[in-house]
Design a binder for this molecule. Structure first.
Ligand code: COA
Length: 436
């Protein structure tokens, strides 16, 4: 199940899952962060839509959280009043742990009738959440310490029952937790003792900062580390884009009134799809375990995107069926989502081949890194006007751009990449053919 469907499932069932009995009304309960699927264990809190004292109803937006795979809006499962929030913006929240406390509405609820319709899945989820809460409560009550020390332990993921105590009657002191942390992690630098668990923290030297990786950066860490194991075959060429510049300029003018910006990227994307029509085996995903290639018919082109959160790679699907204008429109939509960033899981999933137009920022060449399990990626440099020889041997000013393709050399040979690149170059140098 994808995050999106899981999320929608949770929403659709909430009215039944969290209906209240009269005993529950007026009671303060923790609102735990539900399992949002895909093995996600933690998320970053990006925005709160509520504050303590606010009245909320079921399905009201509570907060927006971001995992390493997508952004998700969490909605209320209860009617009631917000008592307190556990996290600040950019804090890391853990799945199964409370996001906030909520005082259940002390009045007749319209949802009681549905309470018997709780299904197995949700009932289990509730039991797990309740028993988790109770067992941690039991353990907690056995430990003698102050709320501040409990908080410090929670922020650093420490089980207080494992910390040796030096206080009176076995009470655990703040120093005990700090000593425990320093013993475990001698190189960590400053231990977090404030109430912002994952904020940027100053290290022992005021000239340095320690920045924990979060959200999409963690995803980049994982995927790029995986990519390092792949033997990359890199092939580069230069394309003359003099005709493309003119072509784009006319298209841009034509689309001015529609509000759709037309950059060069839609042409690069369409040319990739056209070249794939000739070399369909490059639009494939590699299953390393079974040593098989899955050839995909849909050209779902992943695009490296520079966002305020760093590199994110959404994709545009079924490019083989889209016109340049439709691609430009879809690209515009993704760019808007990238500003926040707030991509739907579906925008990030199922890419089959990738492009990185680093030239929109600068640079002549770049060696792209394969986005496993894909097997091919292209990087495009900046378009430049440079002196070149024409057909008559005369020096002319030509607009040129460099493209570099990196292929997984375990399954793709260099000659295929060269031929694919020649086809791509043909379309870029003769953009009218992209329309035929
Ligand atoms: N050479 C020269 N100019 C280029 C260009 C290139 N290769 N690519 C785009 N441009 C131009 C565009 O046409 C536009 O100019 P215009 O206003 O005259 O139309 C301008 O640069 C800005 O383009 P941009 O808005 O960035 O659009 P885009 O469609 O080309 O690119 C993104 C969209 C999202 C891919 C791009 O903004 C981006 O994030 N690029 C960075 C990718 C990256 O980080 N790669 C590295 C991955 S490790």
């Amino acid at each position: 199940m994808t995050i999106a469907t899981r999320f929608i499932t949770l929403l659709g069932k909430n009215t039944r899952l969290f209906s209240m009995s009269s005993k529950q009304r007026g009671k303060v309960v923790p609102f735990n962060l539900s399992d949002i699927g895909e093995g996600i264990k933690e998320v970053t809190v990006k925005e709160w839509f509520v504050k303590p004292g606010d009245k909320v109803a079921q399905f009201d937006n509570i907060c927006e959280v971001q995992s390493d795979k997508a952004s998700v809006t969490i909605t209320s499962r209860y009617d009631g009043h917000i008592k307190n929030l556990y996290y600040q913006i950019d804090d890391t929240a853990l799945v199964g742990k409370p996001l906030l406390d909520i005082e259940l509405q002390d009045e007749d609820s319209t949802t009681t009738a549905n309470s018997e319709a709780v299904d197995g899945d949700e009932e289990t989820a509730r039991k797990v959440s309740t028993s988790f809460h109770q067992s941690s409560e039991n353990k907690r009550s056995k430990v003698l310490t102050t709320p501040a020390v409990r908080r410090l332990a929670m922020e650093n993921n420490i089980d207080l029952t494992t910390v040796p105590s030096t206080g009176k009657d076995g009470r655990i002191l703040k120093e005990d937790v700090l000593n425990f942390l320093n013993k475990d992690k001698p190189d960590v630098g400053n231990i977090r003792t404030d109430s912002k668990p994952y904020d940027v923290t100053k290290s022992t030297s005021s000239q340095e900062e320690i920045i924990p990786l979060q959200g999409y950066q963690k995803h980049m860490w994982k995927t790029m580390t995986q990519s390092l194991r792949i033997p990359h075959f890199v092939y580069s060429d230069e394309c003359d884009v003099t005709k493309l510049i003119e072509f784009r300029s006319k298209g841009k003018e034509f689309l001015t009134h529609s509000g759709i910006p037309l950059s060069f990227l839609p042409f690069f994307i369409k040319a990739t799809s056209k070249a794939l029509e000739k070399y369909p085996r490059l639009n494939a995903l590699l299953d390393e375990e079974s040593q098989t290639l899955k050839i995909i018919k849909s050209h779902n082109i992943s695009l490296a995107m520079d966002t305020p959160q760093g590199l994110i790679v959404p994709n545009i699907k079924n490019i083989q069926n889209l016109s340049i204008t439709e691609i430009a429109k879809e690209l515009h939509r993704l760019q808007k989502l990238g500003e926040k960033p707030s991509f739907a899981p579906s925008d990030l999933a199922e890419g089959t081949i990738a492009l990185s137009n680093i030239g929109s920022i600068g640079g002549t060449y770049a060696k792209p890194v394969i986005l496993s399990p894909q097997i091919l990626i292209g990087a495009i440099g900046k378009i430049q006007k440079l002196p070149r020889f024409d057909g008559k041997g005369e020096i002319v000013g030509a607009s040129v751009v460099n493209v570099s393709w990196a292929a997984d050399h375990r399954v793709v040979d260099g000659a295929t990449v060269a031929r694919f690149s020649n086809t791509w170059k043909h379309y870029i140098e003769n953009p009218i053919h992209l329309l035929l």
